[in-house]
Design a protein around this ligand. Structure first.
Ligand SMILES: C[S@@+](CC[C@H](N)C(=O)[O-])C[C@H]1O[C@@H](n2cnc3c(N)ncnc32)[C@H](O)[C@@H]1O
Length: 225
């Protein structure tokens, strides 16, 4: 699939509202959340993992394991302000940076003005992109926020070409009281997947790498042919 131009993709049909949103998803629609997002993101993995984990370390880990190649076409699923999209663009990849929040996409366009990136307003749970369109998919913490993580994973596997990669970063399940609290619909509706559960949602994919630092899980899957 050829990526479309930024302006077309930034203002396509609105993100589907057929799928109800979690409170966490709705909070991302706010311009204030989008404005402050990268300040939180820069510290989030250090806070969650319990050790120094700046964005540069995350980018280096992703690049070392996935080795994105110039000319490849990647989907950044739930891009927010375009952190993974920017890393991929600097590696020479074309990127479709998708998010259901127009405010987040506007922040992404502002932070990552690369012509390598196209920005798409969509709810990825709702489908609509072509099969096997991407050489790789990055999913930075979107699993924690989306309403139906199983549906999102199935959809992202469908979008990945055979032999393509799926890079996941998420807060893994601890079973603790704070996660149970934040999972309540009225308090965020967040999901905290267990890695074994994630693997069962990706039956056609092989887990090639996995790393857990504190509660933060990084995984690389490759889609079977
Ligand atoms: C925790 S943020 C992570 C952002 C980014 N991947 C990163 O690593 O910095 C999750 C983002 O995913 C978006 N999102 C959540 N569910 C989505 C869905 N079903 N479709 C598209 N975007 C979604 C939210 O709007 C939010 O911007």
């Amino acid at each position: 699939m050829q990526p479309r131009q930024s302006q077309e993709t930034l203002n396509p049909a609105p993100a589907s509202t057929d799928t109800p949103l979690t409170l966490a998803q709705r909070s991302n629609l706010l311009p204030l959340t989008a404005r402050g997002y990268m300040a939180w993101r820069a510290w989030s993995l250090t806070l969650l993992s319990g050790e120094p984990f700046p964005l540069g370390r995350e980018a280096a880990l992703f690049t070392a394991l996935c080795r994105p190649q110039s000319g490849e076409y990647w989907l950044d699923a739930g891009t927010s302000a375009g952190f993974y999209a920017g890393v991929l663009a600097r590696a020479g990849c074309r990127v479709l940076a998708a998010d259901l929040s127009a405010a987040m996409l506007a922040e992404g366009v502002r932070r990552e003005p690369s012509g390598q990136i196209d920005w798409l307003l969509t709810n990825l749970e709702a489908g609509g992109l072509p099969d096997a369109a991407f050489d790789g998919v990055t999913v930075g913490a979107t699993l924690n926020e989306t309403r139906d993580p199983a549906r999102l994973l199935a959809e992202l596997a469908r979008l990945t070409r055979p032999g393509g990669q799926l890079w996941l970063m998420y807060v893994g399940r601890t079973g603790g009281p704070l996660q149970r609290f934040l999972s309540r619909p009225a308090l965020g509706g967040l999901s905290f997947p267990d890695p074994a559960w994630v693997g069962r949602q990706l039956p056609g994919c092989i887990r090639m790498d996995g790393l857990r630092v504190g509660v933060v899980v990084f995984e690389r899957y490759v889609k079977g042919g």
